[in-house]
Ligand binder design. Sequence first.
Ligand code: ACM
Length: 760
Amino acid sequence: MKLFTLTLVLFISLVDVALAQNDPYEGLIPAPVSLVKATGTFTFGKLTVVKADKPKDKAVELFKDFLVNNRGLANKVIKYSPTTKSGGTSVILTSRGADKLPAEAYKLTITPRKITVIGKGAGLFYGIQTLIQLFPVDKTVAANLPCMVINDEPRFGYRGMMLDVSRHFFNVAQVKKVIDLMAAYKLNNFHWHLVDGQGWRIEIKKYPKLTEIGGTRQQTMFGTNRDWPDGQPYTGFYTQDEIRDVVKYAAERYINIVPEIEMPAHSDAALRAYPELMCTPDTSVKNPARTNGLYCPTEETFTFLENVLTEVMALFPSKYIHIGGDEANKQPWKESAFCQALMKQLNLKDEKELQSYFIQRMEKFINSKGRSIIGWDEILEGGLAPNATVMSWTGEQGGIAAAQQKHNVIMTPQTTGLYFDHYQSRSPLEPVSFGRYAEFSETYKYEPIPKVLTADERKYIVGLQGNLWTEFVPTVAKLQYQILPRIFALSEIAWSKPENKDYQSFSEVRLAKHFERLDAMHYNYRVPTAFEVIDTMMIGAQFTMAPKTVVPGARIVYTLNGRDPVDTDLGYESPITFNIPAGEKRVFKAVVITPSGRRSLPTSTIMYNQAPVAAANYTGNSAGLKFTLIKGNFTAPDQLDYAPKDSAGIAKTLETSEFRKTRPASGIIYEGYISIPADGVYNFSAAAYNDTQLFIDDNKIADNEGALSLFKGYHKIKIKYFYTAPVPGTRRRGNPAIRIYMIAPGTMDKKLITGDVLYN
Ligand code: ACM
């Protein structure tokens, strides 16, 4: 299985050059609708004249800035007149001929002496962005642009990126760097998650305590399983002038900003400032661990929220105003005599309908100002507000239901690679992130229009969005790491037609130039690892290693002694064949180091010339594994060896929900035998949290993925696993249950190991 993967990798690296030459999209991300190559090149030099309908147009100014900052050029920019002929080379930026183009569309033509970009407004802007991408990144290299004709338009009208600035605050300059990236990759809606339990980040003149009190929490970070509270107050907010500045900056780049003011839950920051808006005013709300407080649906609350939204709408011209609506724990409403009386009076059958009443009231107010609401998919519960757009995050189901009810939908399911707070690999060296994996390949593969929708219902899927929640994003370096390179995949699935999607050209060829651009613009990004599988064990006598990188100019260094490779280790040049003596192992570890010094996480491959392991002498037939619970709140499986035992017994399945009822956090060691049906090489993998350990016959299965040659019969199995408690007020639900898979020899089927092959 793994041998097959590596052979494939080798094959790909040999065809890279050919792929680059045949790249149908000339390195562009997102892929355009149509690109027809022509012969010849256009040489952009300092005498090239830029001619624009409006030389002072912001898109034209941005092109000028690009020439100055990225090419060191100060080309003449003059007013375009179609009747004036001139010698030399020129770039024409015009809306003439754009009348029939759809919204945001453009046409870009490159001939040996003339480049023409035709588009109106956003269309012209996107045409210029495409043109910029065609320039070489290195400014000392002559800018020879190949001749071609591009016709392009977006698939979706809403192409979004969400940034949470409540959990961690990012200043105006840092936010603008995100907006720059969005603009370069043709995303057009910046969803600004301005308030949440952990901090209110927007100045509201009428309610100064929102930022004075709600803008500060008692410490930098809390509620993760690896960081502890540090007692350092954490604070930050945007003044209204700063907000106006960012709104203008975004608008100049054809990006609308959708502000989000959360209600009725995720509101502790506001409630720390104005506890009278709770059903039972509670000073323990000052406790920073409480972050999912709920407004009481009183007239006082509605007046407060209307006043807040009035100021918000004055700052943001967006048609959409996001009012949250997610994850409301309605217990305070259940316990409130006021809410119960209100429900009776309004004839509402439960608290879900009360939430619906809350949202519908706010919608009415927002509609009365000519705007529309967006809410997370929980606003479907208890009845959807009449004009609401639904942001489908818990999965696709909310989006499907909303489209079936003829409501607009923005897809951002946390299950499909659009949650950029998730881990980007299974390596335990990955910086602490949210407990799921979403590699950019997953983002890329996501198709936002669910097949179950009819042709008419599909029209309601107006777009999609990537979300960066920042519980685990304390620095701007981490922010950029989380979104790069995933934002490139988002760009392509939001803009490009499905028939233009091409993962091989995207991941093997086109990404290259964009990494180079990120380096030139000093963005921090996650360097893709040398092998996609972080850590594996393969069985055989001979292996050929062909690690690879798409980052231009990057080196791959490797070791054979198990150490993490450093700059001074051997540099990889061409495929290396290893012959492994019988019974021995070698480990090939590789790290990618980019020209700017960024490095990938190490990947390791254990090459094991293993003689098949004889079956154990087990004659029992007692189903299930022995389990031992270990007391503690663990962060790594090795800690289980040093902690006290709690209790032990027999587990018929690997399901842990029973344990979780009495122990919010625990370690578990499972031990016993697995029945192997026939001689051969078996591939094992564990899907749980990144730090689970799986042993077969005392061999540790590397990073939960690897092979072993086994004789038919019973073999020892051991699993070291831990789970942590959900964190109140965050989406941290605790580690998911463990699942162990096996691939039998000669098959590609990954089968879940269930209780029927486990014995003790
Ligand atoms: C969400 O992720 N709670 C919208």
